[in-house]
Structure formats: structure tokens, C-alpha cells
Design a protein around this ligand. Structure first.
Ligand SMILES: C[S@@+](CC[C@H](N)C(=O)[O-])C[C@H]1O[C@@H](n2cnc3c(N)ncnc32)[C@H](O)[C@@H]1O
Length: 263
């Protein structure tokens, strides 16, 4: 279920508590969001002059994103810390490299005291315009944040490395400029949740997290304030939900099996 509202209004909706919150928070890169990226120019070529994306930010909502309100949301919406081990909830926050230090300290103020840093290795870089001048970035970063007990962990006997390959989706909807690959999200969801668990994305964008969660038979909830992103995302999420109902129909062989092998 995707809601067209600020996540700050979450209390109105009475959502169930989450085993996993996944959030790709606004990067606050301001008017330089497309810097070093070919989209700055028409057809990606500087001979053609600047495109309408030059000197713009990704979202006019970035300035409205308040990290403390986000952390408050997570502390309220994550399941309570359980007595037993092996079932604790956690959150995964995709963020800029520099944001990590601030978020680690901020999380502590909300009782989320522990972290593991995650790095996603791309085989491409968005900073292609600078490629002949300097080292360019090909990594995305995220923090796995949890209160005290280590989060639920379905590694099926395999080592899970904190550096993972970032594999682009070949056949997903393209709705959002910073859309995360569904297959990558599915891998994370399968590690940190079980079927039937609740996954929430408070800044859902394209709805990719909800689609990934639904495809793994998890319950999925999210918020997105921008009407146009919401409309396209909701269409994708609703279609995925409908397909899931078909899979859950016992006449069609019950639930879908885990679809993504662990890295
Ligand atoms: C970085 S994008 C998320 C992209 C998403 N992970 C994807 O794969 O498509 C962040 C999104 O959060 C939305 N947003 C920003 N502040 C919000 C708020 N307070 N409540 C709900 N959505 C918000 C923005 O409109 C933007 O679409």
C-alpha cells in the first residue's frame, strides 16, 4: 500500500510495525544534482548546450526532508526490540558517503545505536563527464542501522559481504531519477526479513522497495509526497499486488518461492 502523503503523517494511517525500513533519503545535493552527469547537456553532449536539468535539483522536496523527523519515524515504526535473539528489526538507509557520519550519530539519539556500512559496487559511473580528469565514483552507500540485538539474518550458511554488486534491472519500470534496482532490494529484503514480515519505505519514489517486498511475499507500505511519482509508483505497486494475489491463489500453486539467490 502506497500513500500519497508525508511520512511525518504516519500516525493517521495506523500501519503495522516494520521488521525492515528501507529508505533512500534525499541527498541534498541542491542545484548540482546532475553535475558530472551527461544529462546536464542536451542528448548528453556538451556541444548541444545545456539541458533543462542543468542547475536543477533532483526533487524540489529535498529541502523539506528533515533527517530528525525521519529518524523519529523509524524509531516509532520499527518493531520493538524483541527479547530473543535472531529476530530484531533493522533499517537500511541509502545515503551519500558524507551523510553516513551524521546519520550514525543522529540514530543514536533515537536508541538506534549500532550500524554496519554497506557499499554497492557499480560497473559504471554517473560522473562520466569528469572521467578524463579525476577518479570518478562508482559506489553507492547505505547504512544498516539497528538498536542493540543483531537483526534477523537469513544467510542460509553463506557469508554476506558488506560490499555487494549493484546489478541494474533489465526489465523494471523506469519512474524515478534515483530508482534503486528491484533485484538488489529483493536480495536485502530476503536477508533481513521472512515471508509475511512488514517492510516500509517512507520515501518511496518509484515504489521499487514495495514492488521488491511484494515480489518476496512481504507486506509492503510506503509514502511518497510528489503526486506524479506517486501516480506512476502506485500503478506499479498495485499491478504487482494483483500479480501476487494470483500467485497466492492455491489453485495456482501457492506462494512464490524465494526468487533471488543470495550474493
Ligand atoms: C531518493 S528518492 C527515493 C527513490 C526510490 N528509492 C526509488 O527507488 O525510486 C526520495 C523520494 O522521497 C520523496 N520525499 C521527500 N520527502 C518526503 C516526505 N517527507 N514524505 C514522503 N516522501 C518524501 C521525494 O519526493 C522522492 O521521490
Amino acid at each position: 500500500m502506497l500513500i500519497n502523503d508525508h511520512f511525518q503523517n504516519f500516525k493517521v494511517y495506523g500501519l503495522p510495525k516494520a521488521q525492515l525500513v528501507i529508505a533512500d533519503i534525499p541527498y541534498n545535493v541542491g542545484k548540482n544534482a546532475y553535475g558530472s552527469n551527461p544529462s546536464w547537456y542536451i542528448d548528453g553532449d556538451n556541444k548541444n548546450g545545456q539541458s533543462k536539468l542543468a542547475g536543477t535539483d533532483f526533487f524540489d522536496t529535498d529541502k523539506d526532508f528533515k533527517p530528525a523527523e525521519f529518524m523519529h519515524f523509524c524509531s516509532k515504526m520499527l518493531r520493538k526490540e524483541p527479547k530473543e535473539t535472531g529476530t530484531a528489526p533493522c533499517m537500511i538507509v541509502f545515503c551519500e558517503f558524507e551523510q553516513q557520519f551524521y546519520l550514525i550519530e543522529l540514530a543514536k539519539k533515537y536508541g538506534i545505536n549500532n550500524y554496519i556500512n554497506l557499499v554497492f559496487r557499480k560497473n559504471f559511473s554517473a560522473q562520466v563527464l569528469k572521467a578524463n580528469m579525476r577518479v570518478v565514483g562508482n559506489a553507492e552507500y547505505a547504512l544498516l542501522l539497528y538498536r542493540e540485538k543483531l537483526p534477523k539474518f537469513n544467510n542460509h550458511g553463506k557469508m554476506i559481504f558488506n560490499v555487494m554488486d549493484w546489478v541494474k534491472d533489465s526489465n523494471s519500470e523506469k519512474i524515478h531519477p534515483t530508482q534503486k534496482p528491484v533485484n538488489l532490494l529483493k536480495t536485502l529484503i530476503q536477508i533481513f526479513t521472512d515471508e509475511g514480515d512488514v517492510v516500509i519505505d517512507p520515501v518511496a519514489g518509484s515504489g521499487s522497495t514495495l514492488v521488491a517486498a511484494l515480489e518476496c511475499n512481504r507486506k509492503a507500505y510506503g509514502f511518497e509526497i510528489k503526486k506524479d511519482f506517486y501516480a506512476a509508483a502506485n500503478e506499479w505497486v498495485t499491478r504487482t499486488e494483483a500479480q501476487g494475489m494470483l500467485f497466492k491463489d492455491p489453485r495456482r500453486g501457492g506462494c512464490r518461492k524465494e526468487q533471488v539467490s543470495l550474493l
